[in-house]
Design a protein around this ligand. Sequence first.
Ligand code: ZN
Length: 157
Amino acid sequence: MTGKTHIIGGITASLAFAQTTNYDPFILVGAGVIGAILPDICHGGSKIGRTLPLLSKIINTLFGHRTFTHSLLFLVLMAALMNAFVPNEAFTAGILVGMASHLVLDMATKNGIKLLFPLSITVRFPITARTGGTAEYVVFTALSLFTVYFGYGVFIS
Ligand SMILES: [Zn+2]
């Protein structure tokens, strides 16, 4: 999926999550967007890869694309690290929710992800979308509608 779809996915997921918690929704959504683009650090052409090119290069060389940073292992490690070092629970929750949304969206692409890294099993949904294709546009539109729906629930009502 493109960065744009990941960002809207992160917003949708963190807004949905905000409805079930008392965390500050602004912190949740802000962190959700960061979390949603974080896994693509393994890919030099992504938004985050262009922001942190050296780190991106190192991770890409060590692990390749869509492996370690797209795995449950990485999610668990991030959760442990953030619980230890980040005092703001809402921020930590937002990052993790955003990351989870990224993994789910990439599972809906043809290449899938190595969710169970270091196992080399590719995980993807039975129906997938080509990155940048019509199906992704449909996903993007659906996520935008969900964002309005959840955003209304969190900020207005
Ligand atoms: Zn990705």
